[in-house]
Write a protein that binds this ligand. Sequence first.
Ligand SMILES: Nc1ncnc2c1ncn2[C@@H]1O[C@H](COP(=O)(O)OP(=O)(O)O)[C@@H](O)[C@H]1O
Ligand SMILES: [Mg+2]
Length: 306
Amino acid sequence: MNSIISVKNLTKIYDNGFKALDNLSLEIEQGEIVALLGPNGAGKTTLISAICGLLSVPENKIIVGGFDVAKDYRKARSLIGLVPQEITIEPFEKVKNTVSFSRGLFGKPKNSHFIDQLLKDLSLFDKRDSKNMMLSGGMKRRVMIAKALSHEPKILFLDEPTAGVDVDLRKDMWQVVARLRKSGVTVILTTHYIEEAEEIADRIGIINKGELLLIENKTALMHRMGSKNLVIDLQQAANKIPESLSHYNLKLSDDGLQLHYQYDVRAQKTGIVDLLSELKKASFKLRDLQTSQSSLEEIFVNLIKE
Ligand SMILES: Nc1ncnc2c1ncn2[C@@H]1O[C@H](COP(=O)(O)OP(=O)(O)O)[C@@H](O)[C@H]1O
Ligand SMILES: [Mg+2]
């Protein structure tokens, strides 16, 4: 398959000698939504800046839409829209002008039909003649996205789009990303909110200390790395777990009505069948069973610890 972004063995050492990216390789397909997850200082912004051509990188390391970022900066950059973490819009400028001016910076001909549609898609059309400073935080973020999309890029980078924003605004951003996906734009976002990656990404990459620890389809990742939890509802409250069941590491809920058993989905034997028969032997009467997948959060924390 043809990647729209290809990064090969990229190492970035800042002037002070700090190695922010360490031999990092990454391929991204057209139309994907990729979340790059990692703690603060992991190298996420450095990676985005490198792909967008904002940092000096050697030739033949980063190819965007067939163009080498180091050799063909303008052509590569024209395919990219970047929404940086900080809001950087002119307070006294009107929304519509902000967006169409940005299009002009990329040398694209005026197209007010396109700009109007973009403003409509981002629910900004009613505010098109408002000054940026009159907008709420959420609306300002939408203007940043409209600005980044004004030159019709194929790729959109969102660097921590929801860092420090409230829950409503975060959900609102997720909807915007879902709509972008439908229009075929490739979206790469960084976040340190695991639930955000879980909610909107097709693939999840985990970056720590400048290294890409893994990048994988979200569902496959959760399936492969996750453990599952079996919850057993009892008909009568138990006051302790018998000695004969100690090797299952069961946990009894405070009210004594539930047993929790954690098992590894990758293991050959989950132990569930044996556990159930031993529970029966020990005269436990079961009411119900349910299983749940461990969250991406647990997977992430374990990986970073390793
Ligand atoms: N211009 C710079 N000079 C030196 N070190 C830098 C520079 N920019 C970032 N860093 C360092 O590189 C590391 C990665 O930073 P960054 O890419 O911003 O991480 P993230 O976006 O994942 O939080 C951090 O330790 C940061 O302090
Ligand atoms: Mg950052």
